[in-house]
Design a protein around this ligand. Structure first.
Ligand SMILES: Cc1cc2nc3c(=O)[nH]c(=O)nc-3n(C[C@H](O)[C@H](O)[C@H](O)COP(=O)(O)OP(=O)(O)OC[C@H]3O[C@@H](n4cnc5c(N)ncnc54)[C@H](O)[C@@H]3O)c2cc1C
Length: 331
């Protein structure tokens, strides 16, 4: 142990020790990490991951911490926070390093009369985190804007470029989420020329919607569950008779959502009567049922219990299995 500490200190002199992860997530939840390293440049991230691998130290790549729930227990490894944020805009192309805040990108797009990114206003976190989970809102997704992604392959420490196709974007999903060996270093996006006034108006409209529907006055990790993508027959297995028929009668919107192929998780949680349900200081938001908010000193254990409670109730009432969107670490 002492030997590894010396090696780490030698290879990563700027590393910090015993850092609270609460301070690095929007949920304001989490224990301490033994080591914490900020990668301000691409090379720093490569150096940190190489060092961790060399001494067999587990590590976790952290962006803005807006989609993670860290355990209350301490992490005996290294959290590597991406803070590499070089940004270049040329015509309609944006090249951004992984640690670039999404909010900055949205702002820059507007400033340069570039349209296509308005929907992302108000989403916290970094472009790296957004690409990892294919962040989306109001029918738009980051994957649609991606040209290519530069990644570090932890298997051989080679840097590769993944085309949009190779990123295998899906709903809240990508190759980076499925495989665990890829660290996003930078992202190339393509937008289109737009009218500044229209872009601004659209951003204001979207921000207003967000403020209306999201509980932004409490710490949270965004939506806890993915919406349910479905075909009528497989999500509601009983088909259009029996239990399903009764459900449609009781909740007419459910049939409408199912017909469109997507049932909002928030709708199911709300209709299960769970808004306001509280365990410790973790509470299902009264404003948006797919948010769990931290009222003050919520523990990860409280949030996890609430997650399981929601899953059980929704399964019992609707026969639907909800899947977490939030990254729980360690799982
Ligand atoms: C109030 C609020 C509103 C939100 N609204 C939305 C919304 O409308 N739509 C939406 O999609 N999300 C939303 N989110 C969730 C979240 O903001 C997004 O998912 C965001 O893109 C996560 O980025 P991040 O940098 O914070 O990632 P983090 O939370 O830091 O990390 C998330 C995952 O990505 C991985 N990761 C991060 N960076 C890299 C990298 N460079 N290379 C490899 N892996 C990486 C991490 O290891 C982790 O597994 C919201 C969250 C909050 C708190």
């Amino acid at each position: 142990m002492q030997n590894s500490k010396l090696k780490i200190k030698k290879l990563l002199p700027e590393i910090k020790e015993n850092i609270s992860l609460k301070e690095h997530t929007t949920f304001r939840i989490g224990g301490r990490t033994r080591y914490f390293f900020c990668g301000k440049k691409k090379e720093d991230i490569i150096r940190a991951t190489k060092t961790a691998k060399k001494i067999n130290l587990p590590f976790f790549i952290l962006g803005g911490g807006s989609n993670v729930l860290f355990s209350d227990k301490n992490f005996e490894g290294m959290v590597i926070k991406t803070q590499n944020s070089k940004l270049k805009i040329q015509n309609c192309n944006i090249l951004a390093e992984a640690g670039t805040p999404l909010s900055l990108l949205v702002q820059k797009a507007e400033k340069n009369n570039l349209s296509g990114f308005e929907w992302a206003i108000g989403i916290p976190g970094t472009i790296g985190g957004a690409v990892y989970g294919n962040a989306s809102a109001l029918g738009e997704a980051i994957g649609n804007l991606v040209e290519w992604v530069e990644v570090l392959d932890l298997k051989n420490f080679k840097i590769k470029k993944f085309s949009k196709k190779e990123c295998k974007f899906g709903y809240k999903n990508s190759i980076f989420k499925r495989k665990k060996n890829l660290v996003i270093l930078s992202v190339a996006l393509k937008l289109k020329k737009g009218n500044k006034e229209k872009i601004k108006q659209e951003m204001e409209r979207i921000l207003k919607i967000r403020k209306e529907i999201q509980p932004l006055n409490y710490p949270s990790g965004g939506c806890i569950f993915k919406n349910v993508k479905c075909q009528m027959s497989n999500v509601l297995p009983a088909g259009r008779h029996g239990k399903t028929k009764k459900l449609f009668e009781k909740f007419p919107e459910l049939e409408e959502f199912a017909k469109k192929g997507e049932i909002p998780a928030g709708f199911l949680i709300d209709k299960a009567g769970l808004k306001g349900k509280r365990i410790g200081d973790a509470m299902i938001s009264k404003k948006h049922a797919n948010f769990i908010v931290n009222l003050k000193n919520a523990k990860a254990e409280d949030v996890k219990k609430l997650i399981n409670y929601i899953k059980e109730k929704v399964k019992k009432i609707f026969g639907i299995e909800l899947e977490e969107e939030i990254i729980i670490f360690p799982h």
